[in-house]
Design a binder for this molecule. Structure first.
Ligand code: PRX
Length: 675
């Protein structure tokens, strides 16, 4: 394992050497209004009351039919929650709020250009638009329960509209982050066997109207080459009534949603009553091996868990205005921009652009204008805002009661800035640790109950029971401060059900390592392995140290080193490629890409650029290497394995350690000279 670990011990070591910080207590003003102030929650959600405790979350939803079995463990580790129950996710996010709240804003869509006004979509309008689009999906695109559809949409109101329309029909949506390339979309189209691709003509990013439609054309062509035909591309218009992309529509394949919609005016589609265990969506994420994994989330379990955690950890009340500044293309956006806030009937902000555009004051102007009182973002965004405008938030009258950080470990210094300057010293902060696979939060303080500790995610959530194992599967004693692999002892409703079309990989990656008995149907024998290193301090707070596998967390987004390496290998001159994470002041980690050439080729700046462009076109700009280093040879073990650990040390200006056992130690010095 240690050798596989490209991030080396360094990341863990850095984090381990952070001091345990002093507690900061939630203010009385927050506690007075909080949803959860009852300490008894931890007892109610103890293992003695498992799994029935999670009824409390499921009962936040409206069910068409109440479930018979809370947790079915007959086929481990494919746990089934709320078996026998039936419901519809879209109904829970929309219809049920109409009687009391139809004129409340469900979504505030904020365009990136500051001179374009914000669109306030009420629950009633959202209901109408979702119904009309659901009718189009059903009658024009022929989609029905269980079909998969790939979405490649930017941050516009039409994205939640599309997701909810799918959910209304029982169609499984698979939204791909808009920054990903056409090629990445194609891979996901193929894996999910989608026949329909839903996209947008254009969107704004850093002041430019970006041609997004061109990626759909690439996606369709590449998917066809890989054997999956897209019959229809549905294109939303950024400006209804006009096609805003230089890429033309393809006759008979591409259809403008805004031109078709008038045919469905006034249409109503009854929400399909679905088994709790039906999939709601797929979310692809990077793993240890090359191919992204389609994490399959259920309707009943996922929605229950997201409803419970949004209510108790995000402290969301229906009257709150909630802004999660993530992208809906990631799990954070699914759970805590779309499903969580809407299922509880609150108002959720969807912002199209970059937080620092046109300047570092933009988020605070938006917050002020919309009266946002709950704010949610990542350490990368916090670092970027701090760097470009350290005093900027103090100029504005925004008023947050609650703030979230998610996606990467946050340095205590950065945490304190977030607290003092953005939260004006009075907002509570939750540092939420979780993953695409887990559907919702796993560790965080309950904001009115637990003290905050900068740099620590906090204790486990009610109903989540972590355990830290060492490499030999021994339990590391609770509260010992020793690092190991963090696992969760028990199933919980938000956990993904499987990897789409790859159940073996699901078991192998997440459950096999610490399984106590493969024949057992007792959930106690099947801890879930998160793939993160962590330690638990004496007070029970967890500190997350980073990935233990070949995943680089760039700006809080997971990229597989193998994905980047195979993108580099699409360039004919390249013989070998190795990616390592480099610490970055803003993004946490960025990739450095080392390549060696086939015989007969020379290193050149042009070739470096070609390799970098190949990575961007295969994956997307998020994976762009900081540097492409063309090396004479890779440092290798005698058995021929590339020593990424040594390369990582070179990139991070760290000690390379003992290299005498390498097959070619001299190459290390040669590479050092190049840097
Ligand atoms: O390494 C952990 C890190 O992000 C990984 C999950 O990434 P992803 O599936 O893209 O989901 C991101 C948003 C939930 C984890 O395995 N991570 C996530 N949250 C934290 C974190 N590391 C430290 N502190 C966190 N709060």
């Amino acid at each position: 394992m240690a050798e596989e670990n490209v991030s080396g011990v360094s990341e863990a070591e850095i984090a381990v050497h952070w001091q345990e910080e002093d507690y900061i207590y939630p203010p009385a003003s927050f506690i007075r209004q909080a949803n959860l102030t009852d300490e008894g929650i931890f007892e109610r959600f103890s293992l003695d009351n498992f799994p029935e405790c999670f009824k409390e979350y499921a009962e936040l939803l409206d069910w068409d039919k109440y479930w018979e079995t809370t947790l079915d463990t007959s086929n481990p580790p494919f746990w089934k929650w709320f078996v026998g129950g039936r419901l519809n996710a879209c109904y829970n996010c929309l219809d049920r709020h109409l009687a009391a709240d139809k004129n409340k804003s469900a979504i505030h869509f904020v365009p990136e250009p500051e001179d374009e006004s914000t669109t306030h979509v009420t629950y009633q309008e959202l209901f109408v638009r979702v119904n009309e689009f659901a009718a189009l999906l059903r009658d024009f695109a022929g989609l029905k329960r269980g079909d998969r559809v790939t979405l490649h949409m930017p941050m516009v109101a039409e994205l939640p509209i599309t997701m909810l329309a799918c959910a209304r029909l029982g169609v499984i949506h698979s939204q791909v982050f808009s920054g990903f390339s056409g090629k990445s979309v194609a891979d996901r189209v193929v894996d999910s066997e989608s026949r329909v691709l839903i996209t947008t003509d254009a969107y704004y990013r850093t002041g430019k109207l970006i041609d997004h439609k061109e990626k759909a054309d690439i996606a369709v062509d590449e998917a066809a080459e890989l054997g999956q035909t897209i019959d229809k591309v549905l294109v939303w218009q950024r400006y209804p009534g006009r096609h805003s992309s230089p890429t033309p529509m393809v006759e008979g394949r591409d259809f403008s949603v805004n031109e078709l919609l008038p045919d469905y005016r006034g249409a109503r589609v009854a929400p399909v009553s679905l088994p709790a265990e039906d999939p709601l969506f797929l979310m692809y994420t990077s793993g240890t091996t090359g191919k992204p994994k389609g994490c399959q989330h259920s309707i009943g379990g996922y929605l229950s868990y997201v409803a419970g955690t949004t209510r108790y950890i995000q402290d969301l009340h229906p009257e709150d205005v909630y802004w999660c500044m993530a992208d809906i293309g990631w799990i954070t956006g699914h759970s805590y921009i779309v499903y969580g806030p809407l299922v509880l009937g609150a108002s959720s902000v969807v912002y199209e652009g970059l937080p620092t555009w046109p300047d570092a004051g933009r988020p605070w102007r938006i917050a002020e204008e919309l009266d946002v009182n709950i704010f949610h973002t990542s350490p990368t965004a916090i670092r970027a805002l701090r760097r470009s405008g350290p005093e900027e938030p103090l100029q504005y009258n925004h008023d947050f009661k609650h703030m979230t950080t998610v996606g990467e470990p946050i340095e205590p210094e950065v945490w304190r800035w977030y607290h003092r300057v953005v939260g004006k010293g009075k907002a509570v902060i939750v540092d939420t640790w979780w993953q695409t696979e887990t559907g919702g939060f796993l560790c965080s303080t309950v904001p009115a109950l637990g003290a905050m500790k900068p740099g620590s995610a906090g204790p486990a959530l009610p109903g989540i029971h972590p355990v830290i194992y060492d490499e030999e599967a021994n339990e590391i004693p609770a509260g010992s401060g020793r690092a190991g692999n963090i696992c969760i002892r028990n199933p919980w409703p938000g956990a993904f059900q499987t990897i789409w079309r790859d159940p073996d990989r699901f078991v192998a990656n997440y459950y096999a390592r610490y399984c106590k008995d493969e024949k057992s149907t007792d959930w106690r024998d099947w801890p879930y392995m998160a793939g993160d290193g962590a330690l638990q301090a004496e007070d029970g707070y967890y500190r997350i140290l980073g990935r233990i596998d070949d995943v680089i967390n760039v700006a809080g987004h997971r990229l597989g080193t193998k994905e980047i390496e195979s993108a580099a290998l699409t360039v004919g001159e390249i013989a070998e490629a190795a990616v390592v994470p480099v610490s970055d002041e803003v993004k946490g980690k960025v990739p450095d890409l080392y390549v060696s050439l086939q015989p007969g080729f020379e290193a050149s700046d042009a070739l470096q650029k070609t390799v970098s462009s190949a990575v961007v076109s295969e994956i997307g700009p998020i994976a762009r290497p900081r540097k492409v280093l063309i090396v004479p040879d890779m440092p290798k073990t005698r058995s021929g394995k590339i020593m990424r650990r040594v390369l990582a040390a070179l990139s991070n200006n760290e000690d390379v350690g003992d290299i005498t056992t390498l097959a070619n130690p001299e190459v290390v010095e040669a590479i050092r000279q190049m840097e």
